[in-house]
Write a protein that binds this ligand. Structure first.
Ligand code: A2H
Length: 260
């Protein structure tokens, strides 16, 4: 992954409705007064491509990953791994206290089916879904999914659409969610990830090495030769638009800088 820290943008996906399992767990913490009933919850995802946020179609968690409810003050609770919450607290961000308190825990599997609001997405709300390739020790352990520009996101969403019963999800959480046109490149058009997955004949989210190859190709072409095909900076090069969109997300309170 190169030398030096990765500069992520943390994206706050506000919880609109918890899944029934998550609701049960949160209710218990509220009954025992660990969590206040008036709290606002956010799943916090870490991305290296803030300029793609227009194309978010869902949020991915790992079913076996342990997440915590972290009190960041003012009735706001972030759902991330404990490791990420500790890192956030160290980073001198004035919006995050130096000490974040863990108010409770939840497994990724219990978050599946929760309804969240994804900043800048063209979808009004998106769902929390399972992905096998989410790493517990990278970023926040929460991945926001952009299937137009991320090959692993595209293939994982396609797996869920093809086998909803195997992944134990409701088909309505995926069936009307499709890749959006976000970035245009000369080589791949506006659907970079679907194009590369098709040409490399990637079968499923288990094809790790081909997914890595597709990730490299899409990242290079999108960053160096891409033009925005959506949003406020439509027509601008990705290289120029990326820092502007990141700054906008931070200014609106929908995102913050996160490094590791
Ligand atoms: B990226 P790097 Cl459109 N486990 O965001 C697995 N993957 C994770 C993760 C975790 N715990 N945390 C973050 N990620 C993903 C957008 C995106 C990303 C696009 C295209 C490529 C891309 C939408 N998903 O990543 O290993 C996140 O997905 C490829 C560069 O630190 C994050 O950015 O380089 C990226 O991996 C960080 O991966």
């Amino acid at each position: 992954e190169g030398i030096g820290p990765q500069e992520y943008t943390a994206i706050k996906l506000k919880v609109l409705d918890f899944s029934p399992q998550a609701n049960e767990i949160v209710s218990q913490y509220q009954t025992s007064s660990s969590i206040q009933s008036s709290s606002t919850f956010y799943l916090v995802a870490a991305t290296l491509r803030p300029e793609t946020m227009y194309g978010q179609t869902n949020c991915f968690v790992g079913v076996n990953i342990d997440y915590g409810f972290f009190d960041i003050g003012n009735g706001n609770i972030y759902i991330t791994t404990e490791r990420a919450a500790k890192n956030m607290a160290y980073q001198g961000n004035s919006l995050i206290p130096d000490q974040v308190t863990c108010l409770g825990n939840i497994k990724g599997s219990d978050l599946i089916g929760s309804k969240v609001s994804a900043p800048l997405s063209s979808y009004d709300h998106v769902y929390v879904l399972p992905m096998e390739n989410v790493l517990a020790n990278k970023g926040t352990g929460v991945v926001t999914s952009v299937p137009s520009d991320s090959p692993v996101d595209f293939i994982s969403l396609r797996d869920l659409k093809r086998k909803p019963e195997y992944y134990k999800i409701d088909p309505s959480w995926v069936e009307n969610y499709n890749p959006v046109d976000v970035i245009e490149t000369n080589l791949y058009g506006t659907q970079t990830a679907p194009f590369l997955c098709e040409s490399l004949k990637i079968q499923s989210q288990k094809d790790i090495s081909q997914l890595d190859e597709a990730k490299e190709l899409s990242y290079k072409e999108g960053f160096y030769n891409g033009k925005m095909a959506a949003g406020k900076y439509k027509g601008m090069s990705v290289q120029d638009a990326k820092p502007l969109i990141r700054a906008d997300l931070i200014a609106s309170g929908d995102g913050f800088a996160y490094a590791e």
